[in-house]
Design a protein around this ligand. Structure first.
Ligand code: ACM
Length: 676
């Protein structure tokens, strides 16, 4: 029964989805009723209770999204009066002028065949409830409908963020806005904007114009653009936290202001990836005077309470090479570079506090000299989060949520902020863990590919941070994530739509069927391997137009194939299941023949020729394995060893890609040889 259900979910996802509310993140409580609400051109919204411009704006955004989602359903876009509205919104209070950490986001949504009611203590809850409403709308046999349901909902963690690095590759405002739409759809509430690093300084500074003029190759946000993005985020209930990384990761600052650095200079914008030597000089008063003026300017531009100073990965080499800095350390009793950085952080913290902000930084900033109100963002491991909480510091988990490392949605989903050391904290200490942030570092992303690296996997992180700790069903998560992924298409996210144009560029021909079959069966290498396996060191000038850029971080084709093979090998002998496995192997087996004529015609395709051959070869082995199993014969050991050799060969990275269907085929081969 269970395996049949899996099969149905795998093969007929739309059928299964029509009956289940595919909500992501899963709400705190959901009770289904009887009947359904029609959503048609007569749909209207009324606001009772508290009313403010931000609330009206969220209703307009909602109506616009609903209209787009339904394919330009002609809706009355005005807010109506009176009790006859289809959806009645009631909230008690509005919002703070500047959205704060921990504002109430809870809501209740009641849908009956007569209408819908959305109640929330405050506007933010209304925004979250409207997103749930949008997720509930289904295509029914007689029009769009919502099945009757009663939902109560509130987030588990108050800080649910996405960090985007715009330094290593610049991301235009429109890219940020569509990702903010995606964040709102999955109820994330913090956009952490990594604005400066070695490879680029991305904000216009009126006080220190050489920062953006010399540090950005002309790719920066004007202050008007920054305000526009912040306003856009605010309308969606999202805070914007800026990060200016210091004292390391700061080469781009030193191009215009070399006097800030610890070395003799001159400096140039860094073009490579990695950790570099340049670091601010923590010993000079002029450094702090500069930072005071700069942070003062940015503190006005970015209204959020929190200000991120980076603080990660200072290798100390410029400090070691500077005799004056060595002398300063001796004179001040600073015995290590970590001590020197803590000295720097203390000064920066007092500047940040002077400008009425709370300092946030990566886990390297955790030192007892720093006051307890700073927030620690853990990237090196979860331990620092628990350690910080025990010492009374608040923290955010990002270790395990690095989207650039190309891990599966499942791996991110299993990454629980309150597990490991944090599970043993007292409830009071656990409250110091504010939530977490997914991180999208930009070494290997461009405006064309960023969405496909963020989405849909970021929805799994969003659910981990919003929903109860007990919500852990992996098949359910994948099923709902697939649905959310399509919803994001309606919002204008390009994670799906960018794929076909990229494949057209790669093949250079009209017919992309075969390259799609291959690209669907592979994934980019994991962790930091893309850089490690590169033949030439990649730089910011390296094009991002290869198969590894088009390939999805997680192959849905491979994931489904593996589930079918597991089901089959557990003993499910449903002939349709085996036929489906055979059909897939057959497609892969003959795909190389279709690709062969194209390899000579495209420089972007050539590097995947070995992968294509391997896919064909291992699929032939898989088909042969099925023959043995079907005939109840045990395959000879020689045969098995030969095929396993093929599979082992096929699992080696090629062109920084992994043939991720190989492990499932290996299981078929082993099963064929153990058959009796
Ligand atoms: C980091 O990944 N260096 C924060």
């Amino acid at each position: 029964m269970r395996s049949l259900l899996l099969l149905l979910l795998g093969l007929l996802p739309t059928l299964a989805l029509a009956q289940l509310p595919a909500l992501m993140p899963v709400p705190s409580s959901i009770k289904t009723g009887t009947g359904q609400l029609k959503v048609d051109a007569s749909f209207t919204v009324a606001i009772t209770g508290h009313r403010e411009p931000r609330m009206e704006r969220s209703v307009q955004i909602f109506l616009n999204d609903l209209r787009r989602q339904a394919g330009m359903l002609p809706l009355d876009m005005s807010i109506v009066d009176g009790p006859s509205a289809t959806l009645t919104i009631h909230s008690v209070t509005g919002t703070k002028d500047v959205q704060e950490l921990g504002e109430d986001e809870s809501y209740q949504l009641e849908i009956t065949s007569n209408g819908a009611k959305l109640d929330a203590p405050a506007t933010l809850g209304v925004m979250r409830g409207l997103q749930t409403f949008l997720q509930l709308v289904q295509t029914g046999s007689n029009g769009f409908i919502i099945p009757a349901v009663s939902i109560q909902d509130a987030p588990r963690f108050p800080w649910r963020g996405l960090m985007i690095d715009v330094s290593r590759h610049f991301m235009p405002v429109e890219v940020l806005k569509r990702n903010l739409d995606g964040m709102a759809a999955v109820k994330m509430n913090v956009f952490h904007w990594h604005l400066s690093d070695n490879q680029g300084f991305r904000v216009e500074s009126k006080k220190f114009p050489k920062l953006h003029q010399l540090g950005s190759d002309g790719l920066f946000y004007t202050q008007d653009e920054i305000r526009d993005v912040i306003a856009y985020a605010r309308e969606r209930g999202i805070r914007v936290v800026p990060e200016f990384d210091m004292p390391g990761h700061a080469t781009s600052w030193f191009v215009g202001y070399p006097e800030l650095a610890s070395g003799p200079g001159p400096y140039q914008i860094e073009r490579h990836w990695g950790v570099f030597d340049p670091a601010m000089d923590p010993t000079r008063d002029s450094t702090y005077k500069f930072l005071d003026e700069f942070i003062g300017e940015m503190a006005k531009l970015f209204p959020d309470q929190f200000f991120h100073i980076g603080g990660d990965e200072v290798n100390g080499k410029e400090w070691d090479a500077n005799p004056k800095i060595q002398e300063f350390k001796r004179a001040h009793g600073l015995s290590s570079n970590e001590d020197l950085q803590a000295y720097f952080n203390k000064h920066v913290q007092s500047i940040v506090a002077k400008h009425k902000k709370i300092m946030l930084g990566w886990d390297e900033i955790l030192r007892p000299e720093l006051p307890n109100d700073i927030v620690i963002q853990s990237w090196r491991g979860p331990e620092s989060l628990a350690q910080a909480a025990r010492q009374g510091y608040r923290g955010l988990l990002s270790h395990g949520y690095y989207l650039d490392l190309m891990w599966s949605a499942e791996r991110h989903y299993r990454n629980e902020p309150l597990s490991g050391d944090a599970a043993n904290l007292t409830p009071e200490q656990q409250k110091h863990i504010l939530g977490g942030e997914a991180c999208m570092w930009a070494e290997f992303i461009a405006p064309e590919t960023i969405d496909s690296r963020v989405w849909p996997r970021n929805a799994a992180v969003a659910e981990r941070l919003w929903s109860a700790q007990t919500v852990t069903d992996i098949p359910s998560m994948y099923q709902r994530m697939a649905f959310i992924s399509h919803r994001l298409d309606w919002l204008g996210l390009t994670h799906n739509s960018s794929y076909t144009p990229m494949l057209h560029r790669i093949t250079g021909t009209e017919d992309i069927a075969a390259v799609r079959v291959l690209t669907d069966a592979v994934e980019p290498v994991k962790g930091y391997e893309r850089e490690q396996l590169a033949i030439e060191p990649p730089t910011s000038a390296t094009p991002l137009n290869r198969v590894v850029d088009a390939a999805r971080p997680e192959s849905e084709t491979s994931r489904r194939f593996s589930l079918m093979v597991d089901d089959f090998l557990r003993g499910n002998r449903n002939p349709e299941l085996e036929a489906e496995i055979r059909r897939q192997l057959g497609i892969w087996h003959i795909n190389d023949a279709a690709l062969q004529p194209l390899f000579g015609m495209s420089f972007l395709l050539q590097e995947v020729q070995p992968l294509s051959q391997n896919l064909s070869a291992v699929s032939a082995a898989g088909l042969a394995a099925l023959e043995y199993i079907d005939h109840a014969q045990s395959a000879p050991a020689d045969w098995m060893n030969q095929q396993l050799g093929l599979v082992a060969q096929a699992q080696k990275p090629q062109a920084q890609l992994l043939l991720v269907v190989a492990p499932a085929i290996e299981k078929l081969i082993r099963a064929a040889a153990s058959h009796n």
